[in-house]
Ligand binder design. Structure first.
Ligand SMILES: Cc1ncc(COP(=O)(O)O)c(C=O)c1O
Length: 381
């Protein structure tokens, strides 16, 4: 049996494909399953990619990423995140997902345990399994603001994965919770993988970068990307920041797998970081407006959901089996949502709604949900 036999195709992508198929058949499908901003990449970023192509940036790049981009990332990490990074602490990757994969390959050995806070974004489990590790799911508390991590730490535990703002729950962890995780990592000599891809998409609370806390830089692999912040999902550009020995291992893996992220795309990354940031604020304001409409609508319909502090998701209790809810809502009402079971077994009654879609779609979805609920949902919290 190969390690690939241990994993399933991504739950989010399966739903999206079915939604596309129904749309092709002429159905008016509302896709709330998507995990990507519905905005186009800002023009100045697109133009710098075009310019890089015209300038002949079409050759292999260094495995760790072009120095100018690594420098821009280190500058940003110091200025915005309080992480004392140099360009040597940075590796540029093909999206955050590949940074996560490489970091697991670099740090996890056969049988090592990795703590994932459940519900957890779909690809962490796969990345742990592909590295030969064992995912250990720890449920969030009922308010989604805490988790009893310590009880699950064993001599085999190597890493805790933290994702704030969180996909799928939308929660932004408090400083107290982040501090608690840092203390556990220090006490038990663990790594933390801090996935900060939604760091700029915050409506409530504040973002704390784990690597900025005292003594945490050496233990932390900070994962980030251009995908969500600059609406660049299809460009495949992300990065990791870590201690040099970790970066060296990831660089080896990268050099023998993808060689490096696409060269001209890396030049666009410099523009994204060093250029005008007004796009980000406009996008976040739009997400906030949509979140307010969606949260209000769901509340009026009597649905219970996790606190939507950031990212662009609402994690909702359907009051029935979440897989069945998702299947019927898509097949009969043509609304795609992601079943909670994709994020961990304890959330079988939940689904994730992505509001990376227009206000009109959100309003229409709410009216279809009202009809759906009348027909199917018996017990609601
Ligand atoms: C929490 C989280 N981490 C990482 C990623 C992957 O980002 P990228 O598209 O840069 O690979 C996603 C994308 O959905 C995500 O939600």
């Amino acid at each position: 049996m190969s390690r690939a036999d241990l994993i399933q195709p991504s739950a989010t992508m399966k739903i999206s494909e079915r939604a596309k198929q129904l749309r092709k058949e002429g159905k008016s499908v509302i896709d709330m399953g998507l995990g990507e901003p519905d905005f186009t990449t800002p023009r100045h970023i697109v133009e710098s990619a075009c310019q890089a192509l015209k300038d002949g940036k079409t050759f292999y790049a260094p495995a760790q990423g072009i120095p100018e981009l690594r420098e821009a990332i280190a500058d940003k990490a110091r200025a915005e995140n309080g992480i004392s990074a140099t360009p040597e602490n940075v590796i540029v990757t093909a999206g955050a997902k590949y940074a996560i994969y490489e970091a697991m390959q670099a740090l996890i050995s056969e049988g090592d345990e990795v703590i994932l806070l459940e519900p957890a974004w779909v690809s962490y489990e796969a990345a742990v399994l592909l590295a030969g590790g064992r995912p250990v799911f720890v449920r969030h508390s009922d308010d989604f603001r805490d988790a009893e991590i310590e009880e699950h730490i064993t001599p085999k535990t190597r890493m805790i994965v933290v994702n704030s703002p969180n996909n799928p729950i939308g929660v932004v962890y408090t400083k107290e919770f982040i501090k608690k995780v840092c203390d556990l990592a220090a006490d038990h000599d663990l790594h933390i993988m801090s996935d900060e891809v939604y760091e700029r998409i915050i409506f409530e609370g504040e973002h704390y970068s784990i690597a900025s806390f005292d003594g945490m830089f050496e233990r932390t692999i900070t994962i980030n990307a251009f995908s969500k912040t600059y609406a660049m999902t299809g460009w495949r550009l992300g990065y990791a920041i870590a201690e040099e020995s970790v970066i060296a291992k990831m660089r080896k893996i990268q050099s023998h797998s993808i060689s490096s992220p696409t060269t001209f795309v890396q030049y666009a990354g410099i523009s994204a970081l060093r250029g005008d940031q007004s796009f980000v604020e406009e996008m976040v304001n739009e997400f906030r407006r949509r979140r307010d409409i969606l949260a209000k609508g769901l509340k009026e319909l009597g649905f219970d959901f996790a606190p939507p502090d950031g990212a662009f998701y609402i994690f909702m209790n359907t009051g029935m089996d979440g897989n069945e809810f998702s299947r019927r809502f898509l097949e009969e009402y043509h609304v795609a949502v992601t079943p909670g079971s994709g994020f961990g077994k304890s959330y079988n009654h939940w689904v994730r709604l992505s509001y990376a879609t227009s206000t009109e779609n959100i309003i229409e979805m709410l009216s279809r949900l009202e009809e759906f609920a009348k027909k199917y949902v018996e017990k609601r919290n």
